[in-house]
Ligand binder design. Structure first.
Ligand SMILES: [Zn+2]
Length: 287
């Protein structure tokens, strides 16, 4: 069922596990993630970037597809449909389209402007029962053309944004989007602990979940991370399985050109990595 992400993440903080946000790009992605969540009795967050929203022809299409799929597939585990790195306008579009959760990424604004816009959006979202995530300290790497340097969030700024009533908070702790470079220094757990001390039980969000070693993920969860965003890894698994299918010449055999066959190995591969992440995050049987 479609719900806001507030309750599932508060439960995750209390239970010391994390819920995965898996970004969707199309029907296959959505189907793979929803069925994996249901099979494993796990709550799940479907992430939609502004770019993916545009690709799928708009947020209304996305919301309609997700709602219908939850019904047609009898998905009973909690599902949140969440705008990932939303702009100010993007948040309003998703609120109108029927998303159950949004992230307002005001990290590139001066802190005062980030505060003002976040405050306004918190009010609008909460009137409609929609959860809202905010970000402090930009996440490194590239996402939809926005390049961040992987800052470490200032704990006082985190406290300032947390106090606005956001439901969960993304704080940069050296994490980056996409593949991690060879010389990556790892997550800054001292910074995470300082942030946690100031914000208490507010769920923290770790962006750029692809390629962070399992032990670091577990430490991050023990320090209050309750939502972990996974995007690139699903893309890489889909790509590898699709490549294998074509390189093996399967698309040339019989009806192997049928898109339902051509896209099947990639879709199955997404299910494999999503389940692995749910196991690592500890969200299985937590629906
Ligand atoms: Zn992100």
């Amino acid at each position: 069922m479609l719900v806001s992400a507030t309750e599932m993440l508060n439960k995750a903080v209390a239970g010391k596990y994390a819920v995965g946000q898996f970004n969707i790009n199309n029907l296959e992605w959505t189907k793979a993630i929803l069925t994996t969540a249901q099979e494993n009795n796990s709550p799940v967050i479907l992430g939609v970037s502004e770019g993916a929203g545009k690709y799928m022809t708009g947020f209304k299409t996305v919301a309609a597809m997700v709602k219908a799929m939850i019904e047609e597939l009898n998905i009973t585990v909690p599902v949140a449909l969440h705008l990932d790195h939303g702009s100010y306008d993007g948040c309003y579009k998703c609120i109108e389209a029927g998303f159950s959760s949004v992230m307002f990424d005001g990290s590139h604004f001066p802190i005062d402007e980030n505060v003002a816009k976040t405050q306004e959006l918190v009010k609008v979202c909460h009137e409609k029962g929609i959860s809202i995530e905010a970000e402090v300290g930009s996440i490194g790497g590239e996402e939809d053309g926005v390049v961040g340097a992987g800052e470490i969030a200032d704990p006082q700024e985190c406290k300032k944004i947390a106090d606005l009533g956001v439901d969960f908070l993304a704080a940069g702790i050296g994490n980056i989007h996409g593949k991690y470079p060879e010389n990556w220094k790892g997550l800054d757990f001292d910074a995470l602990a300082k942030i946690k001390e100031l914000i208490g039980d507010l769920p923290l969000v770790l962006h750029g979940g692809t390629g962070i070693p399992a032990d670091m993920i577990k430490t991050a969860i023990s320090l209050g991370v309750a939502k972990i965003n996974v995007n690139t890894e699903c893309q890489l698994y889909f790509q590898e399985a699709t490549r294998k299918y074509i390189e093996a010449g399967k698309d040339l055999e019989g009806k192997g050109f049928d898109p339902r066959k051509l896209l099947a190995p990639g879709t199955e591969a997404i299910k494999v990595i999503v389940k692995e992440k749910m196991e690592l995050f500890g969200s299985i049987n937590k629906a």
